[in-house]
Design a protein around this ligand. Structure first.
Ligand code: FAD
Ligand code: SF4
Length: 512
């Protein structure tokens, strides 16, 4: 048998030829290992399209490596010798190949990284260079700060990486943040770009068959799979967005519309998170489009803020605060996740739309996740671990480092305000302003306490009232509590009772 110098395990979300642990690999003496394992595919009931994406992209990546002359060991899910876990596969292949060294790039999931560290294998770890900010750099930035704020981190990142700056170091356009210009509702008749889909090849069709057989109990459609699974297709999706989505991204970033799952969003998060796209190239393409006069500043800054700001920030918080972060539950919520999160069987049109498209496409855009499904879970007091598992399972782009801080921190405020300064709680009025959902709803958004009143309205005030002790002192909630105090006692009581009735229905297992 050929002597193996290095064995390099590449995970399903590390499919980049520039991966740190692949640097310096010699095709003649080193081996790359990729393994499809049941533990990773099923520790939450991942959407079947997400499993398809990862397995298919892994198989395509293995082909790309082989074409470059690398020796690749690829373990399929149905391989009879498959041990079912990544530590198990690394142990097995170490015993079989007897390499001099084992190499691995740091993981995107604390649980997995810990289990590999606990395996006792002499792994040489590499920092993940696919981010602007390393774990250590973020820890240095956060050191000594009582509370972290994304905005300050983001400005620091703009300066450090010279992104959208004038020659004198000031921000292009005269401000660091054009968030105020990212909140337009979609005018009636505005056409969103036609979604760009990708047809399946032989490899993807084989994976689709495997997933249909082995994961038939997982929620979500499989026949609508049209995601890119190669670097080339991911690049085509990105270029399509640069031409057709990005110019209006800034204006309509927060808008929602019935039967429009993507609007002007890029839909690139899954490809980016698994390594099919490179974040530095994306930011530089957006900046070039701005300097070339192809997009306005609110689109350029708005998009770069998501990548250079939010994405790097949530990753930093995750690695700084894990494993304790996952246990955060400042409101002591314990309500189970309602069944309709898995079926979309609800009379609330906004929830039906957001959940329905998530089941169909494993996708919802940021405002749907934050202000519809997330907002409902916050107002209804859902147990953070249950709603976090739902987001981790249902979305194509969901990996623990990015899903957990967004859900537990940003949406549920369960970390007590470490990641964000206030809960993003809102009544039905917000959804009405930013979408056309209320027009097609069985509930009336203009009502709060009647039987047919929008559930978000009473639940919003119920949330505000029941957490007064924790939130009244929060400066950014001051106006809300002033409005509550000005409200007649009878109105407050009616809202409380309606809130109680809605929560009782959830507790009885009924849909709303
Ligand atoms: P666009 O709207 O076109 O945005 C461009 C890119 O910016 C995205 O592709 C993404 O890479 C990045 N981005 C934007 N916002 C965030 C953010 N808050 N955190 C990290 N990256 C961001 N994103 C994930 O990639 N994985 C997740 O598991 C995930 N879970 C989320 C859970 C909740 C409750 C919320 C509120 C947001 C979550 N996000 C997550 C962030 C965001 O919703 C998605 O990145 C975005 O919807 C992906 O679609 P897109 O590519 O069309 O994004
Ligand atoms: Fe959602 Fe309420 Fe509007 Fe219905 S009325 S779509 S439940 S916000």
């Amino acid at each position: 048998m050929r002597h193996v110098r290095r064995l390099c395990l590449v995970l399903g979300d590390q499919l980049s030829l520039d991966l740190a642990s692949l640097a310096g690999l010699e095709p003649e003496q080193d081996t790359v290992l990729l393994a499809e394992v049941m533990e990773e595919a099923s520790h939450v009931p991942h959407h079947p399209q997400k499993i398809t994406l990862i397995f298919s992209a892994m198989r395509h990546f293995a082909e790309a490596l082989r074409q470059r002359g690398f020796a690749v060991q690829y373990v399929t899910l149905d391989d009879p010798d498959n041990s079912g876990s990544l530590p198990g596969e690394l142990l097995r292949w170490q015993a079989l190949l007897k390499p001099d060294e084992l190499h691995l790039t740091e993981c995107g999931d604390w649980r997995l990284e810990q289990s590999l560290k606990d395996s006792g294998l002499p792994i040489q770890w590499h920092a993940d260079g696919r981010f602007f900010c390393s774990r250590a750099q973020f820890a240095r930035w956060a050191d000594g700060k009582q509370q972290l704020r994304m905005e300050f981190f983001y400005r620091e990142m703009r300066r450090t990486h010279s992104v959208l700056l004038n020659g004198d170091g000031s921000p292009v356009g005269g401000a660091w943040n054009f968030d105020e210009e990212n909140r337009k509702a979609l005018p009636k008749g505005t056409a969103a770009p036609y979604p760009k889909g990708f047809s399946t090849d032989v490899i993807t069709r084989e994976v689709l068959t495997l997933v249909a057989e082995r994961f038939s109990t997982h929620y979500g459609a499989l026949d609508t799979f049209d995601y890119p699974v190669t670097h080339g297709d991911a690049q085509a999706l990105w270029e399509y967005f640069l031409d057709f989505g990005l110019p209006a991204f800034g204006d309509y970033q927060d808008a929602m519309a019935s039967d429009e799952p993507y609007l002007f969003h890029a839909r690139i998060s899954a490809a980016l998170n698994i390594g099919l796209l490179d974040v530095r190239t994306l930011c530089s393409d957006v900046e070039s489009a701005y300097w070339a006069g192809r997009i306005p500043i609110n689109a350029a800054e708005g998009f770069i803020r998501q990548l250079l700001g939010w994405r790097e920030y949530v990753r930093g918080v995750y690695w700084l605060k894990m494993p304790g972060y996952a246990d955060g539950n400042v409101f002591a919520n314990s309500r189970p996740l309602p069944e309709f999160y898995w079926t979309a069987r609800t009379r609330m049109n906004c929830m039906r739309q957001a959940i329905g498209q998530s089941l169909k496409h494993a996708y919802a855009h940021h405002i749907q996740r934050l202000m519809v499904t997330g907002n409902f879970a916050l107002l209804a007091g859902i147990a953070p671990s249950q709603i976090c598992d739902w987001y981790l399972a249902i979305y194509m782009d969901a990996f623990d480092w990015v899903e957990l801080p967004n859900t537990l921190g940003m949406v549920m405020h369960a970390d007590g305000g470490y990641l964000g300064s206030k809960p993003y709680c809102a009544s039905g009025q917000y959804i009405k302003r930013m979408s056309d959902y209320c027009r097609g709803c069985a509930y009336k958004v203009s009502e709060s306490t009647t039987e047919d009143a929008c559930p978000f309205n009473a639940l919003y005030w119920h949330f505000v009232m029941r957490h007064g002790d924790l939130l009244r002192g929060n400066q950014r909630m001051g106006m809300i509590y002033k409005n509550l105090e000005r409200m007649p006692a009878a109105k407050q009581q009616a809202l409380w009772q309606r809130g109680q009735a809605l929560l009782a229905k959830l507790d009885a297992g009924e849909s709303l």
